[in-house]
Write a protein that binds this ligand. Sequence first.
Ligand code: IPE
Ligand code: IPE
Ligand code: MG
Length: 263
Amino acid sequence: MVEANPVELNPAGLEPPHLEKIPQHVAIVMDGNGRWANARGLPRTAGHQAGEHSLMDVVAGGVQLGLPEMSVFAFSTENWKRSPEEVRFLMGFSRSTIHDDRDTLDNWNVRVRWAGRRTRLWASVLREIRQAEFQTRNNTGMTLNLCLNYGGHAEIADAARAIAEDVAAGRLRPADVTEQTVADRLYLPDMRPVDLFIRTSGEFRTSNFLPWQSAYAEYYVTDVAWPDFGRRQLWEACRAFGGRERRFGGAVDRVRSEHSDEG
Ligand code: IPE
Ligand code: IPE
Ligand code: MG
C-alpha cells in the first residue's frame, strides 16, 4: 500500500482542548470502513487500509489529551462470517499494521496490549501482537488495548469456564463467586471500566464490544465513518462526555437538597 503521510504526535497548530474532565478509558468501535470505500467506488478493503491512518491519528490525539487507556475493536469473533477474502485481508492487514506501527507507538510511550480469543486467530498475527506487547511493556503513557478476535460473549464464557475449572479442582467454592471473581478472569483483568464508548458510522449498537466493562459507559455515536474520523473527532467526543451527568444507579433529590440549602 502507498503510505499516506505518517501521523505526527504533535503536529504544528493542532492543540488538544483543555477539558476539565477526561474519560479514563475510551472504547472505540471503528466501524464504517466498507461503506466508506463502496461509496467511493472502491472495494471494502480500501476502507480498511484508509482506517489505519485514523487509528494512528486517534491514538496520537488520545496521548495528547492524556487519556490513560483506549480500547479499539479491530476484529470481532463474529467477523469470521465475512467472505474468506475479506477475513484473509483483515488478518494480513492487522499483522502488517501492528508490525509497521509498533516502533511509532513505542516512541509515543504507548503500552500495547491484546484482548481476544486465541482460537482461529492467525498465529502470525498473534506473534506480531506479542512482540508489540513485549516491546512496549514498560511504557508509562496511554495503554492501547487491541481487541482482535474479541467478542464480549466469548470473553464472559471463557471467564465462566475458568471459574468452573477452579471449582472442579477445589480451588474455589461456588458460594465465593462474586463480581470480582468474574472480573479477575476477563482477558485483561486490570482494564479500567469504560467511561466513554464511541461508535463511528452511525449504528446504535455495541456489536458485542466490552459488554462487561461498559456497563456504565457513556455512549457516543457519530455518523462520521472510521476513515474520516481523527483526533479532532475524538476530542469532540471527550468534550461531550464532560457534559454528561453520571449517576451509577444513585440518585439526588434536587428538591430536597435545594430546600435544605435554603434552610
Ligand atoms: C469496520 O468497518 C472494520 C471491521 C469490522 C473489521 P466495516 O468493515 O464493518 O465497514 P461497514 O460497517 O461494512 O461499512
Ligand atoms: C463491529 O463492527 C466490529 C468491529 C468494528 C471490529 P461490525 O461491522 O462487525 O458490526 P455489525 O455487524 O454492524 O453489528
Ligand atoms: Mg461494520
